[in-house]
Design a protein around this ligand. Structure first.
Ligand code: SF4
Ligand code: SF4
Length: 144
């Protein structure tokens, strides 16, 4: 905070905490995320392949005039956050994925595992295919 845009903003960036989480790989991981999303104010987003959990929580240092109450000693993360592309000035983020409801992650998990099964079937088919082609070639070579 502390720029022209911040003068007009109500401290959007001071109203939440976002934490990196492991990329889900198992049914249990996706189910845990579904549970996170059952809570008010929680969203999950994916940015450049990295997964984050974000929850609404107003910083205790945000003053009623929406200025930072500890500006001089504010944490590094607040110093690095730039108003040139922030929650107020940046508009919609270009998320890979944004999940706000438990049903969305359940649907995503369903598709994820269906795609994985399809890929695994395709891989094993192609592996079997090369084995099949290999046999007659070996046979011919042996007959010569
Ligand atoms: S969201 Fe952007 S404009 Fe608003 S206080 Fe934070 S950095 Fe400033
Ligand atoms: S410390 Fe200040 S700048 Fe950082 S989140 Fe809190 S109010 Fe905002």
């Amino acid at each position: 905070m502390g720029c022209v845009a911040c003068e007009h903003c109500t401290g959007e960036c001071c109203h939440y905490v976002a934490l990196a989480i492991d990329k889900p790989t198992t049914q249990r991981d996706f189910d845990d995320i579904r549970w996170y999303l059952m809570h008010e104010g929680v969203i999950i987003f994916v940015e450049e392949g990295a997964w984050y959990l974000q929850f609404r929580a107003v910083c205790r240092n945000l003053r009623t005039d929406f200025k930072c109450g500890v500006y001089e000693t504010r944490p590094q993360i607040c110093r690095e956050y730039k108003a040139t592309d922030c929650d107020y000035t940046g508009g919609d983020y270009d998320y890979d994925h944004l999940f706000t409801e438990p049903e969305q992650i359940a649907a995503h998990a369903k598709k994820h595992f269906a795609d994985r099964r399809r890929k695994s079937r395709a891989t094993s088919k192609s592996a079997n295919g090369s084995k099949k082609r290999a046999r007659p070639a070996t046979g011919k070579a042996a007959a010569r």
